[in-house]
Write a protein that binds this ligand. Structure first.
Ligand code: NAD
Length: 330
């Protein structure tokens, strides 16, 4: 099975997966509508080696044509509206892409007899934990934000298409990713950029919320393991075991940049902010042999270095981001 159709392949994690897939010798087609979060620059070194389509996953007619021409064996579905804060301001695009788009993609995959459909979900579908415990694949789902509800709905659609039609859907739930090319609205790039500019760094609440940080190449590698060894109908958690309070992440970045902690500014907490996510990922480890290669201390240093070396890209994104927020939410 060598032909993969990747949705959201111009996004942060999707592009890492595509770059790695090309290196591994897979034939890859990408369907990405280049929303504000998508960027072909992430694929610039391999664009002539892939079959790229600037299309929405909600466009069933075009998807049928792309599937007929490319004839994929596998679909890896990353495309999504992915930012929780945006989902709190306006849930509509999350319902359209994450739920409706997934349903359309599942329908076309069913029609075209896809051999493996890998649905990328998130640890956020489980809801929050206190200081103790970890979510397993059999934990109940209790999503709390419009984003996580839309992702949980997509998971349930995947489950239904497996149970009802026998479409070989596999659900993957990674924890928080970080690394190069992440859009500068998410925590780690925001902190790096504000710190470099000596600007105040907004931290929700007291920064006590805990996330499990997964380096982006480890996440992509987990999907290749699942392509080869994952079982249809199953769910796989993908967590790094590297749990950090947000405030620890912020201080680590400030230390790396030799900046003062006085840049930290605690701001009103996000509504419905989940306290902690933590995954038990022994299933993927035991069944596929996957494990992380990059610890948080190594990954965060690589990430900070990458942003320093790619400030031009980031500045272009920031210019657009400021215009976008002004236009949509003023
Ligand atoms: P991202 O926002 O960087 O990328 C999403 C990509 O999807 C973009 O390239 C965008 O243009 C594309 N897209 C959006 N709407 C589309 C549509 N209607 N049709 C086609 N393409 C569309 O997101 P990311 O951080 O790379 O996350 C990728 C996936 O992984 C998402 O499904 C997300 O829910 C999941 N996930 C992300 C994290 C994380 O920490 N970033 C953690 C767990 C799971």
């Amino acid at each position: 099975m060598k032909r993969i159709l990747v949705t959201g392949g111009a996004g942060f994690i999707g592009s890492e997966f595509v770059r790695s897939g090309v290196k591994k010798g897979y034939s890859i087609a990408v369907v990405d509508n280049l929303s504000y979060a998508g960027d072909l620059e992430r694929l610039k070194n391999i664009i002539d080696k892939i079959d790229f389509h600037r299309r929405s996953i909600t466009d069933i007619k075009t998807l049928r044509i792309i599937f007929d021409k490319f004839k994929p064996d596998i679909v890896v579905h990353w495309a999504a509206e992915s930012h929780v804060d945006r989902s709190i301001l306006n849930a509509s695009p999350f319902i359209d892409t994450n739920i409706k788009g997934t349903q359309v993609l599942l329908d076309v995959s069913k029609e075209k007899c896809i051999k493996k459909f890998i649905n990328i979900s998130t640890d956020e579908v489980y809801g929050e934990l206190g200081y103790n415990g970890h979510f397993t694949e059999t934990s109940a789902i209790n999503p709390n934000s419009p984003y996580s509800v839309s992702k949980a709905s997509a998971d349930m659609l995947g489950r239904a298409y497996f149970r009802t039609y026998g479409l070989p859907v596999i659900t993957v739930r990674p924890s928080n990713n970080y690394g190069p090319w992440q859009y500068p609205e998410k925590l780690i790039p925001v902190v790096i950029l504000k710190a470099l500019n000596n600007e105040k760094i907004p931290v929700y609440g007291k920064g006590e919320n805990i996330r499990e940080w997964l380096y982006v190449s480890d996440c992509a590698e987990a999907i290749f393991k699942i392509i080869n060894k994952g079982i249809a109908g199953e769910i796989y958690n993908v967590g790094s075991g590297q749990e950090k309070k947000n405030i620890e992440v912020v201080k680590k970045i400030l230390d790396l940049l030799e900046k003062d902690y006085s840049l930290i500014e605690f701001v009103k907490d996000r509504p419905g902010h989940d306290f902690r996510y933590s995954l038990n990922s022994s299933k993927i480890r035991n069944e596929t042999g996957w494990d992380i290669k990059v610890t948080f201390d190594v990954g965060i240093e690589k990430t900070v270095k990458w942003y320093i070396q790619n400030l031009d890209w980031v500045k272009r994104k920031l210019k657009f981001l400021r215009k976008y927020w002004k236009k949509v939410y003023s």
